[in-house]
Design a protein around this ligand. Structure first.
Ligand SMILES: [Ca+2]
Length: 124
């Protein structure tokens, strides 16, 4: 194996490890991560501080309650709620129509619930 192939393999392994390390695996409604993710949530509004990676499903009560400040959606439509158990003010975000990932910043000046999301679920 050439060294650049080693390097690529190592990078993939590290990326995979990081995804697993930060995935919230405690909730039965959250899918296990197998071969990628469809939606990720982050603590900061610049897509850093990964809080969780999800394939499908949802979480009735986030461990990282009132922390989400940015979201990347690769696939599907996801609804985010201010209160636990999918209640309260909410909005739906999805991937782009052309199939590209969508990057949503929830920071100050946006209409989204920054540092206020308590539950979410996939809706499409
Ligand atoms: Ca935050």
């Amino acid at each position: 194996m050439k060294s650049n192939q080693h390097e690529q393999l190592l990078t993939e392994l590290i990326t995979e490890f990081e995804t697993f390390a930060f995935t919230e695996l405690d909730n039965e409604t959250s899918a296990t991560i197998q071969g990628g993710w469809n939606m990720q949530v982050f603590d900061n509004d610049d897509f850093t501080g990964l809080l969780g990676s999800f394939n499908y499903g949802g979480k009735r009560q986030l461990i990282h309650n009132d922390q989400i400040s940015s979201i990347i959606i690769r696939s599907g439509q996801w609804r985010f709620y201010k209160d636990r158990d999918f209640k309260g003010a909410a909005y739906t975000l999805g991937s782009l129509a052309n199939g590209q990932p969508a990057y949503y910043k929830l920071g100050p000046g946006t209409q989204y619930l920054n540092n206020q999301i308590s539950s979410f679920q996939q809706v499409g």
